[in-house]
Design a protein around this ligand. Structure first.
Ligand code: CA2
Length: 149
């Protein structure tokens, strides 16, 4: 099973500031964490991070017929991007939304999520662990789907 982990703007700056909100781990630490989780779960993982909305849309489109499941933290684009929502709908790949922080306890403008309308699960406030939970959710969602066919 092939999982693509997509991260949006400023996730590459993790660990530099706002450690009280996002923790002390860097983006490289996040990748290492996900690689270890993927090995433990027996899935293949690849990564994409961009600060540009269109590049995130392109990455989702390139996943079409190549990737089985998507873990996505659209970062600030969570709260603004219909384009990312539409891209997920277009490729129709099972997806889980992840946020490192507990967005429900933050500013009003972080309360809206466009991708949530498509993703079958949302995980917030679990730090890096949320990415592993998302991979587990994809594994069970996809294997349940396969049983049904
Ligand atoms: O909690 C999350 O994972 C977020 O998706 C992170 C985004 C934020 O805009 C979302 O509302 C919630 C921010 C990404 C990282 O931003 C940084 C800010 C300061 C220092 C380093 C990273």
């Amino acid at each position: 099973m092939k999982i693509l982990v997509i991260n949006g703007p400023n996730i590459n700056m993790l660990g530099i500031r706002e450690k009280n909100i996002y923790g002390a781990g860097t983006y490289e630490d996040l990748l290492d964490f996900c690689r270890n989780a993927a090995e433990e779960l027996g899935v293949e993982v690849s990564f994409f991070q961009s600060n540009h909305e269109g590049d995130l849309v392109d990455a989702i489109q390139h996943a079409y017929k190549v990737i089985d499941g998507i873990v996505i933290n659209p970062a600030a684009y969570t709260h603004t991007s219909v384009a990312i929502l539409d891209a997920l709908k277009a490729v129709s790949i099972p997806a889980v939304e992840v946020h490192i922080s507990d967005v429900s306890k933050r500013e009003d403008f972080r309360q809206i999520s466009y991708v949530r309308q498509y993703c079958f699960k949302t995980i917030t406030g679990m730090g890096f662990e949320g990415y592993k939970e998302a991979m587990k959710a994809l594994l069970s969602e996809i294997s349940n789907g396969a049983e049904k066919q």
